[in-house]
Design a protein around this ligand. Structure first.
Ligand code: 5GP
Ligand code: ZN
Length: 116
């Protein structure tokens, strides 16, 4: 499994930086975003370090996306949102700030919860 020693998400997976775990299996880790856009804002990451969607193999992308229904259901159960946005930023111009591939799962409660 590839790891980047300077990557904060690799450090989170290794337990070197604490995080609020939402889900974990052998390939994927999900945890609450430090800056919650809304309550329950979750990041889903592959355990294998991969910089962004350009660099990601079909195998790793499949593992990552395959877990989205299960993790969304867990968020739905815990936080009772009315909907969830699922998105990923690729490249600084698109807003990517951590260069370890991740999906944002952003629960939505109503149309005044900061939707942009
Ligand atoms: P990006 O801007 O790359 O799409 O998303 C990176 C996300 O990682 C941001 O929403 C930011 O709040 C979150 N983040 C950055 N550092 C940490 C951290 O150390 N712990 C957690 N839980 N989230 C982080
Ligand atoms: Zn990493």
């Amino acid at each position: 499994m590839s790891v980047d020693q300077n990557c904060i998400f690799c450090k989170i997976i290794a337990g070197e930086i604490p995080s609020a775990k939402v889900y974990e299996d052998e390939d994927v880790y999900a945890f609450l975003d430090l800056s919650q856009v809304t309550k329950g804002h979750t990041l889903v990451i592959p355990k294998a370090h991969t910089k962004d969607i350009y660099q990601t193999s079909e195998e790793v992308a499949s593992q990552l996306f395959a877990r989205v229904p299960k993790i969304s259901q867990a968020i739905e159960k815990s936080f009772k949102p009315k909907g969830i946005n699922i998105l990923s930023n690729t490249g600084e111009a698109a807003g990517q700030s951590v260069f370890h591939l991740h999906l944002h799962l952003i629960p939505r409660y109503d149309q005044t919860d900061g939707f942009q």
